[in-house]
Design a binder for this molecule. Structure first.
Ligand code: ZN
Ligand code: ZN
Length: 234
């Protein structure tokens, strides 16, 4: 039996020399909105969330008929005396992360607050992945190995733990997989780098630099809240 193939765009990520101020796929820097939203605040600790990435939902894969851009935010985390993360940033419904959906309006709005992290630009390579459940241990290795563990748009989620495909938090309906964020950015570090650069390099705090974040969109696109972010680590 042949396995169905799905389109995937594997991301090559490099530090940008200047802020990216267009509504394109990017990681870090400041979000480029079409209209000013309220900056997301962690429901568990009250801190401002960090902006992680913005992902087009119409191109190269037309995920949405209603929304053109998804903006991923996550709480930097509050930690107890033992240094344990208190905010459940991995959980799609904890309120410790947030995805904002917007449409193109022809104008852009870039928040004035200076982002803590530099911009990374992304170039895409088109490929195919088998439509498999990567958490299913019965799947053959050679099929499983085709599924990328890197940052990508489309394809299938490379689960590090169990298959945690969520239900829509609004309508409880099915969700489609949109993108995966690898905690370890692939781009090269600047020639002369500082400890701060190293921290930037691993600013996607998904339980360590082997973590992976996952974005899902409500299949029905029920409301602008019908989108989720979550992460797993080994
Ligand atoms: Zn928090
Ligand atoms: Zn929904």
């Amino acid at each position: 039996m042949s396995v169905q193939q799905v389109n995937v765009f594997i991301c090559k990520i490099n530090r940008a020399t200047e802020p990216i101020e267009n509504m394109v796929l990017k990681i870090g820097g400041s979000p480029v909105f079409s209209e000013k939203p309220d900056w997301p605040i962690c429901k568990q600790c009250g801190q401002n969330m960090d902006f992680l990435a913005q992902i087009p939902l119409s191109d190269p894969i037309p995920f949405s008929k209603t929304y053109q851009m998804a903006y991923i935010f996550m709480c930097p985390g509050s930690f107890d005396q033992r240094g344990w993360l208190q905010c459940e940033t991995w959980d799609p419904v904890s309120g410790a992360n947030k995805v904002i959906l917007q449409n193109y309006t022809g104008t852009t709005f870039i928040p004035e607050t200076v982002s803590e992290y530099p911009d990374y630009f992304v170039t895409l390579t088109r490929s195919k992945e088998p439509l498999i459940d990567t958490a299913d241990y019965k799947i053959e290795d050679d099929l499983h190995d085709i599924v990328s563990d890197k940052t990508k748009i489309g394809g299938v989620p490379l689960w590090l733990q169990t298959n945690e495909t969520p239900k829509c938090p609004v309508c409880n309906g099915a969700m489609i997989f949109v993108a995966q964020l690898d905690a370890e950015l692939d781009g090269s570090l600047p020639a002369q780098f500082t400890n701060k650069d190293l921290e930037y390099y691993n600013f996607l705090h998904f339980g360590g630099d082997d973590g992976i974040g996952y974005v899902f969109l409500c299949k029905r696109e029920c409301t602008s809240e019908g989108i989720t972010f979550q992460w797993q680590c080994t």
